[in-house]
Design a protein around this ligand. Structure first.
Ligand code: SAH
Length: 403
């Protein structure tokens, strides 16, 4: 079906990866919508100039972020803990002014991080276009503006509330096609001494683990220190620190300030050297990644077909956007998988995007264990396996497409 598609602006790209036609990562749907389901070509290119690996085209953002957005950040206890720690690190840092500091968060979702600032009575503002999750944040006492962030929104915030000491973002900078516009907006919004701290899945981990499922409609950019430094430099901002994170199967927290305003940590130089050694600044690493994706697909398909041949029943655990990429790329559908378990009400009783596997409540799983469960959110492996100990005790086996 013909739907709006948005070509990502920026540097010329060399196409390196092709994951075929993909549906929306979070496009869980009822059967009556199967016929009109939206697909787009999920291809990635590498920019030699900005050293960025990115989608070539993506569906229009309004198709993905709206009042029925299916991802609530606070469903993960692990992420709850992570954002509790992140916010306290910001509060205890040297970056916040002593008098009346102001913290802005991009893509605050249900307020998982900003609620800690709200509880500490620190002036804050969340910017969150998906109205359903923004409403939860507001109900939780997190002041949230339901808008797509851009330069105009930044100017409006400065007019109404002044400049910010800290601009935070997690798993959202990589979502926004007009990255240059966002960076310009951040420059406007930041105090001269202000800092940006944002986290996103890290190219080094994606390539090392062949976790191609980090790529989906919303995840346009897979950042590295090289690409982040290059984009922010254009607008007078510089990378002053970078801290590897365990979240989302391997992320990086980037700390950025206006040029010359803050000292640059030695960690930046060390991590840049490591990236050069791994050739993360070159197209060759992406071409190796491409080969590894193809091998991973072949192996995963063979594993599933074998299990099926042996008469095993299989389910998926956690209907994540990651699983949409993996299942569609590997062409594993309802012929192989009986159901996918999830706890989000927006997904239950619907079907998985593209592969049309029923999504069921976790209680269904607990009453109808399959022989095998695919860890669709392999990055939450520990949390899930602990919660579902009984499955293993009853002889169930976990498998996953990423180690
Ligand atoms: N920070 C949360 C949520 C990540 S999901 C976490 O790490 O768990 C990405 C969020 O960014 C979604 O809630 C989405 O609605 C929001 N988002 C997408 N585009 C945005 C934009 N242009 N400006 C602000 N938020 C945006």
């Amino acid at each position: 079906m013909n739907q709006p598609i948005c070509r990502i602006s920026g540097q010329p790209l060399t196409k390196v990866l092709d994951f075929g036609q993909q549906p929306l990562g979070n496009g869980f749907l009822p059967p009556e919508h199967f016929i009109s389901e939206y697909f787009y070509p999920m291809e990635m290119g590498f920019s030699e100039k900005s050293m960025m690996l990115q989608l070539i085209e993506q569906p229009a953002p309004e198709k993905m972020f709206h009042e029925h957005y299916a991802f609530y950040s606070s469903t993960s206890r692990f992420m709850e803990r992570h954002f509790g720690e992140f916010s306290h690190q910001v509060m205890q840092s040297k970056y916040l002014a002593k008098a009346d500091p102001f913290v802005v968060e991009l893509g605050c979702n249900d307020g998982i991080m900003l609620k800690h600032f709200a509880q500490a009575s620190i002036r804050h503002l969340g910017i969150e276009p998906s109205r359903n999750v923004a409403e939860v944040a507001n109900v939780n006492g997190v002041r949230t503006l339901s808008e797509f962030f851009n330069e105009n929104v930044a100017e409006q915030i400065v007019r109404e509330e002044g400049q910010a000491d800290a601009f935070l973002a997690a798993n959202v900078m990589c979502h926004i096609p007009d990255i240059q516009g966002v960076v310009k907006g951040i420059r406007t919004l930041l105090k001269p001494t202000g800092v940006v701290m944002f986290e996103d899945p890290y190219l080094g981990d994606v390539i090392e683990k062949t976790s191609y499922d980090q790529i989906y409609d919303a995840h346009i950019f897979i950042f590295s220190l090289h690409s982040v430094r290059s984009i922010f430099n254009i607008h007078g901002l510089e990378l002053i620190d970078a801290l590897p994170q365990k979240t989302h199967g391997g992320s990086m927290r980037y700390v950025i300030a206006k040029k010359g305003c803050r000292n640059i940590s030695n960690r930046v130089g060390r991590l840049i050297k490591k990236e050069i050694k791994l050739k993360l600044n070159k197209i060759s690493s992406c071409l190796t990644f491409k080969k590894n994706c193809e091998i991973s697909k072949k192996n995963f398909r063979a594993k599933i077909f074998n299990l099926k041949k042996k008469g095993k029943t299989i389910c998926g655990y956690a209907a994540s956007a990651k699983s949409t990429t993996a299942l569609n790329y590997c062409k594993i559908d309802s012929k192989y998988i009986d159901y996918i378990v999830d706890s989000t009400k927006e997904k239950i009783n619907k079907f998985s995007p593209g592969t049309h596997i029923p999504i069921v409540d976790v209680n269904h799983f607990r009453k109808n264990y399959t022989d095998i469960a695919i860890l669709c959110s392999w990055n939450h492996r520990k949390e899930i396996q602990k919660k579902e100990q009984n499955f293993s005790l009853k002889g169930g086996r976990w498998i996953s497409h990423v180690k």
